[in-house]
Structures are given as structure tokens and as C-alpha cells.
Design a protein around this ligand. Structure first.
Ligand code: SF4
Length: 68
């Protein structure tokens, strides 16, 4: 079965990454983190969630902030 981060459902950044008009710019994050069984746990959002906290909705997996 293809790997998917367990936080995908309800992850605002995942929703954004898959629906944004900037999907071509953002698609690499999906492949690098959300769908990558070797790297998903390096996602900045994932780490915060694992610590029991809620990441800011505009936090990108690489730790950058998504700007409008
Ligand atoms: S890897 Fe990060 S951005 Fe992707 S679904 Fe999981 S928590 Fe969200």
C-alpha cells in the first residue's frame, strides 16, 4: 500500500498543498514529506503534532512559513 502520513486527514497544510492554485510549486512537499515513508517524521508540522501541540496553519513541512 502506498504510504501516507497519518495526519493527512485534518492537516490544513495537506489540504492546502493539494488544492492550492500553487500546487505545482507546492507539490514537492507532498512527495518529500506527506507521501514519503522515510521522511514524513521530519515534517515540521508532524513533529509539533507528535508533541501534542497544534502547528500554525501556514507552517510548511520544511519549517518555512507559507506567505500569501
Ligand atoms: S507530512 Fe506534515 S504536512 Fe504532510 S500530512 Fe503529515 S503533518 Fe501534514
Amino acid at each position: 500500500m502506498d504510504f501516507k502520513c497519518k495526519n493527512m486527514e485534518g492537516c490544513p497544510m495537506y489540504d492546502y498543498l493539494t488544492t492550492s492554485v500553487r500546487i505545482i510549486q507546492l507539490q514537492p512537499f507532498l512527495n518529500e514529506y506527506c507521501l514519503n515513508s522515510n521522511n514524513y517524521n521530519r515534517c515540521a508540522r508532524y513533529k509539533i503534532i507528535e508533541n501534542g501541540n497544534e502547528p500554525p496553519s501556514n507552517l510548511l513541512p520544511n519549517g518555512d512559513t507559507l506567505k500569501n
